[in-house]
Design a protein around this ligand. Structure first.
Ligand code: ZN
Length: 321
């Protein structure tokens, strides 16, 4: 009998530059621009090898061009050859993707796609997309559909998350700092939380698109986020509670970030950032231990662990999960 539940693990490889921008801190010191791909990515490679799972890595095209990332490209080649999936996370990670003209959106997606193939290899041809900051619209959807992508995984239908984000952005503007974050269309917050075929004009609603939408996991009822950072740092009873409550959904789209295996002390990340990201103050080996435990817990409760592209193919084949 096929397992009834699917979990897909994905890792958004946002550089620390993105977190400096979210917190309105300007540009990080130069060496920190490479921390995620040089330090955290190999830790994910090792973690997933030990756990025996394949995941989806959402790569930013621009990062593939840096000479400082020679070794990271090698790691990504090994990951792709080992059956991990490489996904498209745009060329330059613009948080305001939806506000850009369609030809700029097209270039952001095309350039990242081409760089994945050129700099990592054919194994790394993206079939799926995740937008920076979880916002897509009809324009982005059109570009993905015209490229024949199999899925989008940008929707994050969590009103509590967006409220918290609005609150933080409001506090920052009171203090005269501006965040790079953009708030999504409120209609997207109440969209489906399980995989669906979107309406191309309103991708937060069900429709007939050939693409599948795989929303980032939110908990049933409360729609609180169920993402990797939470599982890595929440007290143990809360971690177990989130896993239990997610079991009532057919699909657990567990999103992690490169920063989830970064470490303020081991990676010399200044207090300027670490003071605002409490998860950075938890040692990476502790977060790693909790991810391993989570993967083991998921297996024990009957989850099948698939990449997002594999999950999308199943939704396309069977209509739903
Ligand atoms: Zn991102």
């Amino acid at each position: 009998m096929a397992p009834s539940k699917i979990c897909s693990l994905s890792v958004d490889l946002d550089p620390l530059t993105a977190y400096y921008a979210i917190h309105g801190l300007g540009d990080p010191p130069r060496p920190l621009r490479f921390t995620i791909l040089r330090k955290a990515l190999p830790r994910f490679e090792e973690l997933f090898a030990e756990a025996g799972v394949r995941a989806t890595f959402f790569v930013i095209g621009h990062d593939l061009e840096a000479p400082e990332h020679d070794e990271a490209r090698e790691v990504l080649r090994r990951l792709a050859a080992a059956g991990h999936e490489i996904g498209n996370h745009t060329y330059s990670h613009p948080y305001d993707l939806c506000r850009l003209p369609e030809q700029v959106v097209e270039a952001e997606i095309r350039r990242c796609h081409d760089l994945c193939v050129e700099r990592i290899g054919r194994d790394a041809t993206p079939l799926g997309f995740r937008a920076p900051g979880y916002t897509i619209d009809a324009k982005v959807h059109r570009v993905l559909a015209s490229r024949g992508y199999r899925y989008d995984s940008s929707m994050f239908p969590s009103p509590p998350y967006w409220l918290a984000k609005l609150g933080v952005m409001g506090m920052m503007s009171l203090r005269g700092r501006s965040s790079a974050s953009v708030v999504s269309d409120p209609r997207a917050l109440l969209g489906p939380a399980d995989p669906y075929r979107p309406d191309p004009e309103r991708p937060w609603r069900r429709g007939q698109s050939p693409l599948v939408e795989l929303p980032v996991a939110v908990q049933p009822y409360t729609r609180l986020p169920a993402i990797g950072t939470l599982l890595a740092v929440a007290p143990e009873p809360m971690r177990r509670f989130v896993l239990r409550t997610m079991a009532s959904r057919p699909f657990f789209n567990l999103e992690l970030h490169g920063i989830d295996l970064a470490d303020a002390i081991a990676d010399r990340i200044p207090t300027q950032l670490a003071g605002r990201q409490p998860d950075l103050r938890v040692p990476f080996h502790e977060k790693r231990r909790r991810f391993l435990q989570t993967i083991e817990d998921l297996r024990r409760s009957g989850y099948e662990l698939l990449t997002l592209a594999e999950t999308a193919a199943r939704v396309q084949r069977e209509g739903a999960l």
